[in-house]
Design a protein around this ligand. Structure first.
Ligand SMILES: Cc1cc2nc3c(=O)[nH]c(=O)nc-3n(C[C@H](O)[C@H](O)[C@H](O)COP(=O)(O)O)c2cc1C
Length: 414
């Protein structure tokens, strides 16, 4: 009788059990500059590290019995029903996977959540909404007003369900660990120069070979109204850098424009992303927004901004009764989501977590990440004896006394 050959079932199994494992797979699979572009961060990397670390300072005190057999985590964000309180935060994905944002959108739709699409995305808003995913289109403050109106019109016509304006960018880019090289265009010259970092990543290359093209670093959603070619990533960045920064009147203007041009659909909702202070949250309400995301751009922006989870409760207390308050930054597990909801968030947005999933295993990897978060949320609800995310309140958490930061009060004292 032939000897039974025991195979390690995990070896060929692309499923991963945590976001950390997805990150490690993505690191191994992607060319170093591509992986480093996802890690991102800025300056000394303080904020990116604190976003994640701060969640670990909050604890739970679970019950031993009296748990609930049925637990619900469905909710809605800006009028879209979602099956878990997690949505996809917009990221300029670059060359992680041939299907890029289309794969992420399919995963979002398959798992019953919302796709946030960056205006620096590698896929057009039309391709992404064609997946059937509820899509929120994200815009930076870049270009003149006619250009911005054209971009909003295009997103609306493509079926975007809401607009996210991300305004916290301060172009603070230098990194102590050095930034990855991003070529202006992936032509033969750039391909040869980068070849040593890329040729060893056979599985990643095979994905693009199968799709029949090389990574494209243009920004199709920033193409001009006259039908001209889409700018390269650097062309788009130049436009952004040379646009005068927005005032609060500009915030009200962009919100109003979006409401007007979507009036026939009842005035689609508008989110301001990047709020890190109570006074800004109040101004956002005054500017007419429907939602904010308490965000520091995942630590990619001004380094030294506190972890968003520490900023959340004072902001949610101030404006949570008037608008929807979301949080993004450092969410890597379901228990992080539960902590954010208990401190006042309606839902969270994830960035790197799904990028690691996409890099590790394409659409299935993003679905895998959403499943991990769903499982973690459910475990936390079970342990705390809750039957719904609606029951989450701060008193359920063990939070250190010095945890919450009201950046408005601190800077007023300074
Ligand atoms: C590689 C990368 C690209 C990003 N690009 C954008 C973008 O184009 N627009 C935007 O609003 N935010 C962008 N963000 C920020 C995310 O939307 C989100 O705020 C952040 O990733 C949340 O932190 P997390 O990665 O720890 O989840 C980007 C983040 C990363 C990591």
């Amino acid at each position: 009788m032939a000897a039974l050959k025991l195979e390690n079932p995990w070896k060929a199994n692309p499923w991963f059990e945590s976001v950390a494992v997805a990150q490690e797979r993505a690191r191994k699979r992607l060319p170093t500059p591509v992986y480093d572009a996802l890690v991102a961060g800025s300056e000394r990397g303080q904020t990116i590290a604190e976003n994640e670390a701060a969640f670990a300072r909050i604890g739970f005190a679970p019950h031993v019995a009296g748990h609930q057999a049925e637990r619900s985590m469905s909710t809605s964000v800006l009028g879209c029903d979602i099956s878990l309180p997690v949505i996809i935060s917009p990221t300029g994905v670059q060359a992680v996977h041939p299907d890029g944002e289309v794969a992420v959108a399919r995963a979002a739709a398959a798992r019953g959540t919302v796709m946030g699409l960056s205006n620096f995305a590698s896929k057009s808003v039309e391709e992404v909404t064609a997946t059937g995913a509820n899509t929120f289109f994200q815009m930076y403050w870049t270009g003149d007003r006619d250009v911005m109106v054209h971009r909003m019109q295009r997103a609306h016509a493509a079926g975007a369900k809401a607009l996210i304006a991300t305004l916290d960018w301060s172009f603070s880019m230098g990194r102590d660990w050095g930034s990855p090289e991003i070529p202006e265009k992936v032509d033969l010259k750039a391909a040869l120069r980068m070849a040593p970092k890329v040729v060893t990543k056979v599985r990643w290359l095979k994905g693009f070979a199968k799709a029949g093209y090389i990574p494209d670093l243009t920004a199709p959603n920033l193409a001009p109204a006259d039908g001209g070619p889409a700018p390269t990533f650097f062309g788009a960045y130049y436009e952004w850098m040379t646009t005068p920064p927005p005032s609060w009147e500009d915030v009200a203007w962009v919100c109003e424009q979006w409401k007007q041009l979507t009036a026939a659909d009842g005035g689609k909702p508008f989110m301001l992303k990047g709020v890190a202070r109570v006074d800004d949250a109040r101004r956002a309400v005054g500017a007419g927004v429907d939602a904010i995301s308490v965000s520091n751009h995942g630590g990619n922006n001004l380094d030294g901004t506190p972890a968003t989870i520490r900023l959340l409760e004072p902001i949610a207390d101030a404006v949570g009764g008037e608008i929807e308050v979301l949080l993004d930054g450092g969410v890597r597990r379901g228990s992080d989501v539960v902590k954010a909801l208990a401190l006042g968030a309606r839902a969270v947005m994830i960035g790197r977590a799904y990028l690691w999933g996409l890099g590790a295993n394409g659409q299935a990897g993003v679905e895998n990440v959403l499943d991990i978060l769903r499982g973690g949320i459910d475990s936390a609800l079970l342990g705390m004896g809750l039957s719904s995310i609606d029951q989450l309140v701060p008193e359920l958490l063990l939070v250190p006394d010095d945890f919450a930061v009201d950046a408005t009060r601190n800077s007023a004292r300074a």
